[in-house]
Ligand binder design. Structure first.
Ligand code: REY
Length: 387
């Protein structure tokens, strides 16, 4: 274990940086695996530097956890709470934002495995009359190719005002879909990729319609309990985060305005598109299990992993993102943004190495970019991260 104390002047005072590495299980012969098959060892100094950079650029705190073939690396920087100045701890819970979308996609793909849903069937077959275009399929929703307008673009045009207007609100799914349908579609069904929360609101409606249960029950029974995710919750429409957690701080649009404590909110504007609460260990477990083939049939996982390119470095499957790192390694997972929290949760194709990185602010692209540096450090090793 390495630990160092780093001065941050009078603003943050002393910030404790703790970097831990410990073997979680005895060697089982994996040492025979060919070196070329796995990415270079995680660059722990690089991870710490990325977190330091996120805090220097305005996050109260940042954390990262890498789980690699049974070894765990954890690093934290800064504080979980600007009031008490409690240092952020590796096990602190947080809001995962759109990482929730992968959970929703898993539930739907399990329903496909159970022959209760067809990916290429029109959404309106299951939810008659909901959408104005019968050509929109379930696959279009999960791949962000439906053309349904993202109502959050209007909702959060002014970040603080928009947030305060909805933080205590409870929306029905139908109300959120109605907000989206006020605007014309962004493109014809299937014609293009355009990321939209509306897609995963409709995904939640499908889950509830097909199972007769709340999304909360389905997440719990199908994912949280089987994987023993003890830090993971879906509490909508409750506003608090259970247990020890990082408080979240929204960065106002106007430079120099103080951060807004955005911890408590219903997240009703997102629900099955973004309202899950979790922790770094659980997200690493979740993506390892998913990519390791433990949550659905291999045929369904292959559907989830059919990626369409989004831009030079990212591609999207079904509720799953791929990021192509500069060292040539591709990783699979999701990013999340909810007021006060940025999350990156990604794993290697075989699920054997996973990373979760979090900062407890949002609406600050510099912090998000700094946090993205944890991906290079976790999956590319020292050499590539220095580039
Ligand atoms: C909503 C606004 C972001 C966040 C969003 N999150 O759609 C989903 C996701 C669940 O993809 C907010 N930004 C912020 C603004 C911009 O208000 N004006 O950064 O906290 O994770």
């Amino acid at each position: 274990m390495v630990s160092a104390t780093v001065g941050r002047g009078t603003v943050l005072g002393a910030v404790v940086l703790a970097l831990l590495a410990f073997p979680a299980r005895a060697a089982t012969g994996e040492a025979d695996a060919p070196a070329a098959a796995t990415p270079a060892a995680p660059d722990t100094a690089g991870l710490a530097a990325a977190l330091r950079s996120a805090v220097d650029r305005g996050a109260p705190g940042a954390l990262a956890r890498v789980d690699d073939h049974g070894r765990t690396y954890q690093a934290t920087r800064g504080v979980a709470d600007l009031g008490t100045r409690r240092a952020l701890a590796p096990g602190d819970r947080f809001r995962v934002g759109s990482v929730t979308k992968t959970f929703s996609a898993v539930v739907l793909l399990q329903l496909v495995d159970e022959h209760r849903l067809a990916l290429d069937a029109p959404v309106n077959r299951y939810l008659p009359g909901l959408l104005p275009d019968d050509r929109i399929t379930v696959r279009h929703l999960l791949s962000h190719r439906s053309g349904l307008y993202d109502y959050t673009d209007d909702m959060f045009a002014d970040s603080v005002q928009g947030f305060e207007a909805v933080r205590d609100k409870v929306f029905t799914y139908r109300r959120l879909v109605a907000l989206s349908l006020k605007k014309p579609p962004t493109h014809a069904p299937g014609a293009a990729y355009s990321y939209s929360n509306t897609n995963f609101v409709v995904a939640g409606m499908l889950i509830e319609k097909l199972t007769g249960h709340s999304v909360r029950t389905e997440y719990e029974e199908r994912i949280f309990k089987p994987l023993k995710l003890r830090d993971t919750f879906y509490v909508h429409p409750e506003t608090g985060i259970p247990g020890r957690h990082a408080r979240g701080y929204l960065t106002p649009d106007k430079a120099g305005d103080p951060l807004v404590d955005s911890t408590d909110q219903t997240v009703s504007w997102a629900q099955s598109a973004g309202a899950i609460i979790s922790g770094a260990r659980d997200l690493d477990t979740f993506y390892s299990a998913l990519l390791g083939g433990r949550l659905m049939s291999s045929a369904r996982l292959a559907e989830m992993e059919r990626f369409d390119r989004v831009d030079a470095t990212t591609a999207y499957g079904l509720g799953l993102r791929r990021r192509d790192l500069p060292c040539g390694v591709s990783v699979y997972g999701h990013t999340g943004v909810v007021q006060g929290y940025y999350t990156y949760a990604f794993a290697t194709k075989d699920g054997e190495r996973s990373l979760t990185a979090v900062a407890n602010t949002s609406n600050n692209a510099k912090v998000s970019d700094a946090l993205a540096g944890t991906l290079d450090s976790a999956f590319c090793g020292k050499k590539a991260a220095r580039r």
